[in-house]
Design a protein around this ligand. Structure first.
Ligand code: NGQ
Ligand code: ZN
Length: 451
């Protein structure tokens, strides 16, 4: 049994002083505020729930920073995607496992305790299935277990290159299933996830570009009550193509034709009309925002005020994994709102801290989207983080999250997942071994890229 004593803790009721958190068997046994520390307690200045990272494509971490040279023609999301596909084709299961372990370690060091892996690199480089159709999913699971991050595995169904069931492109061959093959993958994925402590399973129809309506209907029952994630309305061209195909915009189409509810998470949902924002907000679904990737790929800016006014829920994800930084995801979200509206403190309620509002929304929405309970409460998973306030000993607790998100000088000290401390002093306990394997995999991968 571990007992954590926090000078300040972020509880579901808000910030509280002198909080004793008793952990046992991977869960939180009890939480008591206004309690003095006892001998043997681990003492921390500021404890908060570890953040769920609701959207990741782990393999893309390998190309972070390698697609920042300007192309000869138009450089856009679509030309980035061509480069990304080429990179994906060069990766073996060993590469994927090494890269994912490094990525998940970095997520833990950033304050994330669980990842929603939107997993679509399924097949061998020639497009054929591996002997185990869930070979790559098993590698993702092994990487999550090695790093010690909670995994919500979201196997992706991908069948087409565009609206109207267009045939898949050559470069997409490692992603493709028919509904029967996908059902086999889901069965194996269920076995893999149930062998992980805290493992959860959901389903991810990739996008309305990649999944036809009859296929969407066929695969949804495979979610079995788990979360359903789908990319929607990230790019303007995607909205235009969807309109040309169906007469409706992507979010509008989903709200009218799919059973969108609190089990669903619409990734990006960047380009919505006011009507769509309000309807999605009222649906109970989560908007899966990926602010750093959306900035990196030039996607556009989410309309947070309209969505939040309708009761909308959001979480954050690191998506392309161009950079793993919880503070930067939250800051980028708020700053894009400020820049586009020429305003300040947009996401907070009047009188409230913006850092606290961003963190609290992302925690609730992220947990909902990954199928787990949120917050530090008895019975919940012991997924916690503590802040390092040593560089700002004078900082009032009420402003600690504002400093973490905006000002800096406050970082992550420790992270516990299922009661186990994976990060201490900002460093993962297996950093050296995981990084050494990652560096060897990267050297090999780089040597495989065409010059
Ligand atoms: C993905 N990533 O699935 O990795 C996508 C690119 C696509 C982002 N949308 C592929 N950020 O959307 O077709
Ligand atoms: Zn994505």
């Amino acid at each position: 049994m571990t007992v954590i004593h926090a000078e300040t803790a972020l509880l579901p009721q808000g910030l509280r002083r002198d909080v004793r958190i008793v952990l046992s068997g991977g869960a939180i046994d009890s939480v008591e505020a206004g309690a003095a520390a006892q001998a043997g307690d681990e003492r921390h200045r500021f404890v908060l729930p570890a953040m769920p990272n609701l959207h990741s494509h782990a393999f893309q971490r390998a190309m972070a920073g390698l697609a920042e040279t300007r192309g000869r023609g138009e450089d856009s999301f679509w030309s980035w995607r061509t480069v990304m596909y080429r990179f994906a084709l060069s990766m073996t299961p060993d590469h994927v496992e090494a890269v994912a372990a490094q990525l998940y370690m970095e997520m833990l060091e950033a304050g994330f305790g669980r990842v929603g892996e939107f997993h679509y690199l399924h097949h061998d480089a020639d497009g054929g299935a591996y002997a185990d159709p869930a070979e790559m999913a098993a590698r993702i699971a092994a990487a999550s277990a090695e790093a010690g991050i909670g995994l919500t595995l979201l196997p992706v169904f991908y069948a087409h290159s565009g609206f109207g069931a267009a045939a898949p492109a050559e470069g997409q061959r490692r992603f493709i299933h028919d509904p029967d093959g996908f059902a086999r993958l889901m069965r194996r994925a269920g076995e893999i996830v149930s062998s992980l402590p805290g493992g959860r399973l959901g389903i991810a129809p990739h996008s309305l570009r990649a999944v036809a309506p009859d296929e969407l209907a066929a695969i949804l029952p495979l979610a079995g009550g788990g979360p359903v994630h789908i990319h929607a309305a990230e790019q303007v061209r995607e909205v235009e193509d969807c309109l040309a195909w169906s007469g409706a915009r992507p979010v509008e189409w989903l709200l009218e034709n799919a059973p969108v509810d609190a089990r669903w998470c619409l990734i990006h949902a960047t380009h919505m009309t006011g009507r769509e924002s309000r309807a999605l907000g009222a649906s109970g679904a989560v908007a899966g925002l990926c602010p750093v990737t959306e900035a990196n790929l030039g996607d556009g800016i989410f309309d947070a005020p309209t969505f939040l006014a309708a009761g909308g829920r959001f979480g954050v994800g690191s998506d392309s994994n161009i950079r793993i930084a919880l503070d930067e995801e939250l800051r980028t979200l708020e700053y894009t709102q400020r820049l586009s509206r020429r305003s300040r403190n947009v996401v907070a309620e009047p009188g409230g801290s913006t850092g606290l509002a961003l963190f609290s929304h992302a925690l609730q929405g992220g947990a909902q989207a990954l199928g787990v309970p949120a917050g530090i409460a008895a019975g919940g998973p012991a997924d916690l983080a503590s802040l390092d306030l040593s560089a700002a000993p004078w900082l009032p607790a009420e402003q600690a999250l504002d400093h973490f998100v905006f000002a800096g000088g406050v970082g992550i000290d420790s992270v516990w997942v299922g009661g186990r401390r994976e990060v201490e002093g900002g460093r993962h306990r297996r950093r050296d071994a995981i990084a050494a394997r990652f560096n060897a995999a990267m050297a090999d991968l780089i040597s495989r890229q065409p010059g």
